[in-house]
Design a protein around this ligand. Structure first.
Ligand code: KIV
Ligand code: ZN
Length: 515
C-alpha cells in the first residue's frame, strides 16, 4: 500500500439514491445536486439510468452540460438499446463514462436473466465493446458479485478488461457480505485475475446489514481505488455506503488509513441538507457526520470535558464538515445587498430574479419572526428552489381552528396558470387544509406520513413538514417550510403532488380545475 493513495469517489445519489422508494427528483433538483457534487470534488457522478424514461435521459443530458469537473456517468444494462441511449445521454459531457452491468451469480443468472454462463459472457464482451464506441471510459459491474461463483467471476472480470473496461466494479448488491470476507474477495480478485492491473477496482456496497461503509473501507485496504457511495447513504432498500462517512473516516483515521480523496469536506453538510430537502428524506438525528446530533454534547460530563478541551469528546471538528455554529443573521432592516452577500457566503449562486423573490420572502419572514438564523435563510432558498417548476403552486391559506367550532380552511392555488379557491372543513386544521387540496387537485394518492420538525429553536421557529404520499404503489415525499405550520403542511402536500404530477406524466386529473 502506497502512502496516501488516491481513492476515487463515485457518487450514485442521482441513480441508486433515486431508486430509494419515494426519493424521486425533478430534473432541476438533479442539476442542483450534480452541481453541488461537482463543487465538492466528486470524481464521477452517476447521473442516472437513461433508458428508464425520457425524463431520466434529459436529466443526464443536462447534468452533462452543467458539470464542470466531474466525469458524468450513465448506467446501462448489457443491452444494445441501453448502451446506445447511455452513449447519447452523456455525449455533451466534458468527461463521460458508461457503466454497464450484468449479474454473475447463479441465482440472478438462472431466475432473473435466464441465461447460462456462456450467454452471460457473450453479453459482457458485446456490451463493453459497444460502450467503448461511445466513450473511452467504460466501467463494468458484475451484479451480485459477492454471491457469485469465484472461478466464473474471475473469468468474467478478465473478459470485461480484455473487451475494454477500465474500471471493474464489485458490488455487494444485496448487502450480504461482512468486512473480512469482502476484503478477501478483493484480494482474491487481485491474485486470480491475470489482467487486473489494467483496470481500477471499484466497490459498490449496500447497507442491508449496516456494513456498507465498513465493507467499502476493508475493500480499500485490499486494493480497491474507487468507492461508490451516496450522500446521506441514500439508495435501494437500506441504502448505499454513505459518502460522508467513508470520506471522513479516511480523513480522520489517516494514521491507519493512509488514503486521500478529492472531496472538499467543508461542503458535506450543505450537500447533505440539499439532498434531504429535495428527496424529502430526513437524516436521522444520530446519523454519523451529518445527523443533527453528530456534534452535539448533551450530558454534563461531556459538556464539561468539551469546555476544557474539545478533543476530549470530538474526533473531528464541526467546521471540517462545514457545520457552523448557529448564528443570528441579518434582520428586518437588512437590505438586498447584505442579503445577496449572505446567500453567496452560504454558497448559493442564484439568479437576480430568484434572489428578488427569496428576498421578498425573507422580508415577510422577518416581519413575523424575531430572530433569523442561517437555517431560516437556507430553508427559504431551498423552499424556492424545489418549487420553481411546480405545476401546482400555493398562493394563500386561511384556517379557522381552536377548541370552538369546526375546523375550516380556505385555500387558493395556482394550477398551470389558473387560480382557484376552495374551502373545506376537516377533522382538525391539517385535515381541512388537505381536504381543500384534494378538492382542487382530485387524486387517489394515500397519505402515508405526515411529520413536523422545527427548523430552529424558539416558538416562532419555522416548521418543516414532510408528507409521504403513495400513488400507484410508488411513494412520493414532499417537504414544505413556513413559520405557519399549516402553510408548511400545504406546501409539503403540494410538493408530493407535484412530484406525482411529473413522474406519472400528468395523470392527476387536474384538468377539472381549469374550467
Ligand atoms: O447494487 C448493484 O449491484 C448496482 C449495480 C447496477 C452496480 O447498483
Ligand atoms: Zn446498487
Amino acid at each position: 500500500m502506497k502512502k496516501n493513495d488516491y481513492i476515487k469517489i463515485f457518487d450514485t445519489t442521482l441513480r441508486d439514491g433515486e431508486q430509494s422508494p419515494g426519493a424521486s427528483m425533478f430534473i432541476d433538483d438533479k442539476i442542483k445536486i450534480a452541481k453541488s457534487l461537482d463543487a465538492m470534488g466528486v470524481d464521477i457522478i452517476e447521473a442516472g439510468f437513461p433508458v428508464a424514461s425520457k425524463g431520466d435521459f434529459e436529466s443526464i443530458e443536462l447534468v452533462s452540460k452543467e458539470v464542470k469537473n466531474s466525469t458524468v456517468c450513465a448506467l446501462a444494462r448489457a443491452k444494445k438499446k441501453d448502451i446506445e441511449v447511455a452513449g447519447l445521454s452523456i455525449s455533451k459531457a466534458k468527461n463521460s463514462r458508461i457503466h454497464t452491468f450484468i449479474a454473475t451469480s447463479k441465482l440472478h443468472m438462472k431466475y432473473k436473466l435466464k441465461l447460462n454462463e456462456k450467454q452471460v459472457m457473450d453479453h459482457i464482451k458485446s456490451s463493453v465493446k459497444l460502450a467503448k464506441k461511445y466513450t473511452s471510459d467504460v466501467e463494468w459491474s458484475c451484479e451480485d458479485a459477492s454471491r457469485s461463483k469465484r472461478d466464473f467471476l474471475y473469468k468474467c472480470i478478465e473478459l470485461a478488461i480484455n473487451s475494454g473496461a477500465n474500471t471493474i466494479n464489485i458490488p455487494d448488491t444485496v448487502g450480504y457480505s461482512v468486512p473480512f470476507e469482502f476484503s478477501q474477495l478483493i484480494s482474491d480478485i487481485k491474485e486470480n485475475v491475470s489482467n487486473i492491473d489494467k483496470s481500477i477496482i471499484s466497490v459498490h456496497c449496500h447497507n442491508d446489514l449496516g456494513l456498507a461503509v465498513s465493507n467499502s473501507i476493508f475493500a480499500i485496504i485490499s486494493g480497491a481505488r474507487q468507492v461508490e457511495c451516496t450522500i446521506n447513504g441514500l439508495g435501494e432498500r437500506a441504502g448505499n455506503a454513505s459518502m460522508e462517512e467513508i470520506v471522513m473516516a479516511l480523513k480522520t483515521r489517516n494514521d491507519l488509513l493512509p488514503f486521500k480523496t478529492g472531496i472538499q469536506t467543508k461542503l458535506i453538510t450543505k450537500t447533505s441538507k440539499l439532498v434531504s430537502k429535495i428527496t424529502g428524506f430526513d437524516v436521522q438525528p444520530n446519523k454519523a457526520i451529518v445527523g443533527a446530533n453528530a456534534f452535539a454534547h448533551e450530558s454534563g460530563i461531556h459538556q464539561d470535558g468539551m469546555l476544557k478541551h474539545s478533543n476530549t469528546y470530538e474526533i473531528m471538528t464541526p467546521e471540517s464538515v462545514g457545520l457552523k455554529e448557529t448564528k443570528l443573521v441579518l434582520g428586518k432592516h437588512s437590505g438586498k445587498h447584505a442579503f445577496s452577500v449572505k446567500l453567496q457566503e452560504l454558497g448559493y449562486k442564484i439568479s437576480k430574479k430568484n434572489t428578488d423573490k427569496i428576498f421578498s420572502n425573507f422580508k415577510e419572514l422577518a416581519d413575523r419572526k424575531k430572530d433569523l438564523y442561517e437555517e431560516d435563510i437556507i430553508a427559504l432558498v431551498e423552499d424556492e428552489i424545489i418549487r420553481v417548476n411546480n405545476h401546482i403552486k400555493f398562493i394563500s391559506l386561511i384556517v379557522n381552528c381552536g377548541s370552538e367550532g369546526s375546523q375550516k380552511a380556505e385555500l387558493e392555488l395556482e394550477v398551470d396558470g389558473f387560480v382557484k379557491k376552495v374551502s373545506s372543513i376537516g377533522q382538525g386544521p391539517v385535515d381541512a387544509v388537505f381536504n381543500c387540496i384534494n378538492k382542487l387537485v382530485p387524486n387517489k394518492a394515500k397519505l402515508n406520513l405526515y411529520q413536523v420538525n422545527a427548523i430552529t429553536k424558539g416558538t416562532d421557529a419555522q416548521a418543516e413538514v414532510t408528507v409521504r404520499l403513495e400513488h400507484e404503489d410508488k411513494s412520493f415525499v414532499g417537504k414544505g417550510s413556513d413559520i405557519d405550520t399549516l402553510v408548511a403542511s400545504a406546501k409539503a402536500y403540494l410538493h408530493s403532488l407535484n412530484k406525482i404530477y411529473i413522474k406519472t406524466e400528468n395523470k392527476l386529473s387536474i384538468k377539472a380545475l381549469n374550467g
